[in-house]
Design a protein around this ligand. Sequence first.
Ligand SMILES: Cc1ncc(COP(=O)(O)O)c(C=O)c1O
Length: 378
Amino acid sequence: MANGQETSQTLRPTWFEIDLGAIRHNFRELRRLVGPAVAIYACMKRNAYGCGIVPVSKACLEEGAAGIAVGSANDAVAMRIGGIHASILVYPACLADAAPLFERHDLIPTISTEDDAQAWNAELTKPREVFLKVDVGLFRAGTMYNQADRFFSAVKAMPKLKPIGIYSHFFSYGADQSPQNYHWQFRNFEEVIARAKNVGMGGLLYMVSSTNAVLDFPQMDLAGVDPGRLLFGLGASATGARSGTFRPALSAFKSRIVTLKSTGPLRLSEYRPPIPVRDNMRIGVLPLGWGDGLPRKVGSAAAVLVRGRRAPLLDPIHLEHSRIDLTEIVDAAIGDEVVIVGRQGAAEITLREVVENWGIDEATFHGGMRDHITRIYV
Ligand SMILES: Cc1ncc(COP(=O)(O)O)c(C=O)c1O
């Protein structure tokens, strides 16, 4: 049992290395691209894309973020407990019964519909700054752009709601990356701004652009932007409209060999085990499994680095363990560092290689970075 002397590495030697310098660099690149006048709300959804909301948000705020935007009140509260006093915008994530929590922690709720406006106005004890959300083509949260008039008028009649901004989020995932997709949605947002001005809601912070649009459509910056992936080195321009060098926030995903043995002779002529073991195969075991975000099957090309060489990572992955084939790495020993993503000596396994083997993309990997795994900031 832990006696307080052990480090998290002793308890479970599997960890992420997060490069805060890369995140700061990415923020500065973003600032260079959008210029000094645009407010940057750093989108730190899913515990800062798995990188740890408190240190990452602090870094972005020190670099000049106007605020932090999150997709869950848990992350917002974690920031307050972590000593962050900046503006925190919470995307639609809770019901109005969370109003006391928003008041206690001074959080900015998103009001998405007329019903929402009524409920928050009833639950809040005093006036609170809020953001309004409209839907310009994502078909998720927010009032449809073509019904914004009524929504804005309803909000205006609510004495406890003090709108400071109106935002939306583009449909930017999946097949339709055509400029028409963005232009259509942006036109819808321009219509929303006109409607807001018509009902006397001019001069608010209008915000619609995140990673893809920031890189590809500079004219869509408006007064504020709220990119997420780009800050973690997960964005790339499709049109070349803006180019920046964005570095990966995840510099390594590592573990250690906790068991190492040889199978010895197996009498395989009598029985074939369900996994491809061989006589005298040397198997290493890692404290790392599908409970840590790996898929159950990593694919036949999956490998890790041990002593600067590639060792196959073997299917299937178990809940908290996995196997590697160390037969060829004869000097491998218990306790050796194992690199799942990152460099070791001259060798490297990139996140791209890993996600290709797993059949996912890099942002999905970040979304699956589990909070129980130790994060080391480098
Ligand atoms: C409302 C909102 N704004 C901004 C973002 C950040 O998007 P991206 O990571 O593409 O920059 C998201 C991501 O899901 C979002 O939901």
